[in-house]
Design a protein around this ligand. Structure first.
Ligand SMILES: [Zn+2]
Length: 245
C-alpha cells in the first residue's frame, strides 16, 4: 500500500478553487469536509497510524472563502491575535500596513488563496498524546522536538519519506520566507499538486471587488498592488514539495 494513487476526479472549477463552492466535498465525522479521494486516503493513513499507536484527529479541513475572509479581516483589525514565529503576540498598531500584511500572511492566507479551500488539505494532531480536555492550538512548540505531537509527526515523516503516506505530503515543511513551517498541515498531492498554479491575480481581484453584502477585504489596495509578489511568496509552492505522481 502507499505511494501516490491516481485519481480520476475532475479538476476543480474556479469557484471550488477559491472556496466559493463546496459541492465537490464529502462530509466526515466532526463536521469536517474533504474531497472523497482525499477522505478515503486519510482513512487509510489513520488505520496505519492506529497500528503504530497514534490516534489522528483533524483540527481543520475544508474552510470556505467567507471563513478565510473573516479570519484575515479580524487579524488586520486587531479583533484576532496575530502571533510571530516565536508564538509571541504581534503589536499590530506598531507596524506599518506592509508589515501588518506580512505578519498576517505568515500564518493566514488571503481569502481565495487558502489550500484549505480545495478539500485536499488538513491540519492534524494526535488525540492520544493529550488529555481529553486539551485545547489544541497548532503552535510550532506543540509539533517541534519535545512537543506533545512530535512523536506523531516523526512517524509521519517516516511514512512520507517511504512514500507510504497514501498521497499525503507537507507543503509547508520548509521555511521559504513565506508561510511559516506548519508541520501539522498535510495535503493530498494527487488532487492538490497543481491547484496553487491555477490561482492568478486577476481572478482574485475580481472576487474581492464584488463580494456580497458590500464586504471588503482589509488592506485591499496594498494587497492588490503587491498581489503578484504575494502569490509567489505565500501561495505557490515549488514543485518538489511532493513526488510527481
Ligand atoms: Zn493548514
Amino acid at each position: 500500500m502507499g505511494g501516490l494513487s491516481q485519481t480520476t476526479a475532475a479538476p476543480l472549477t474556479t469557484d471550488q478553487l477559491l472556496g466559493l463552492d463546496d459541492s465537490h466535498l464529502d462530509s466526515l465525522a466532526g463536521g469536517h469536509r474533504l474531497q472523497k479521494a482525499a477522505a478515503n486516503a486519510f482513512a487509510a493513513l489513520c488505520e496505519d497510524a492506529r497500528k503504530a499507536g497514534f490516534e489522528p484527529a483533524i483540527a481543520s479541513s475544508y474552510r470556505s472563502f467567507d471563513r478565510q475572509l473573516a479570519i484575515f479581516n479580524a487579524k488586520a483589525s486587531g479583533a484576532r491575535i496575530v502571533h510571530d514565529d516565536d508564538g509571541a503576540i504581534v503589536v499590530m498598531e506598531a507596524l506599518s500596513p506592509v508589515q501588518q500584511l506580512h505578519a498576517i500572511l505568515r500564518f493566514s492566507a488571503l481569502p481565495g488563496t487558502s489550500r484549505h479551500h480545495w478539500g485536499t488539505d488538513l491540519d492534524i494532531y494526535d488525540l492520544k498524546a493529550v488529555p481529553v480536555d486539551y485545547a489544541v492550538q497548532l503552535t510550532p512548540q506543540e509539533v517541534s522536538t519535545g512537543g506533545v505531537f512530535d512523536p506523531f509527526h516523526c512517524w509521519l515523516d517516516e511514512r512520507i519519506a517511504l512514500e507510504q503516506s497514501h498521497g499525503f505530503f507537507r507543503p509547508y515543511a520548509l521555511d521559504r520566507g513565506g508561510v511559516s513551517p506548519e508541520r501539522w498541515h498535510l495535503s493530498y498531492a494527487p488532487l492538490s499538486r497543481s491547484c496553487d498554479r491555477r490561482l492568478d491575480a486577476a481572478m482574485l481581484r475580481e472576487v474581492w471587488q464584488a463580494m456580497p453584502g458590500g464586504a471588503e477585504l482589509a488592506l485591499q489596495d496594498l494587497v492588490s498592488a503587491e498581489l503578484d509578489n504575494l502569490l509567489e511568496r505565500y501561495v505557490r509552492i515549488p514543485a518538489d514539495w511532493c513526488p510527481r505522481g
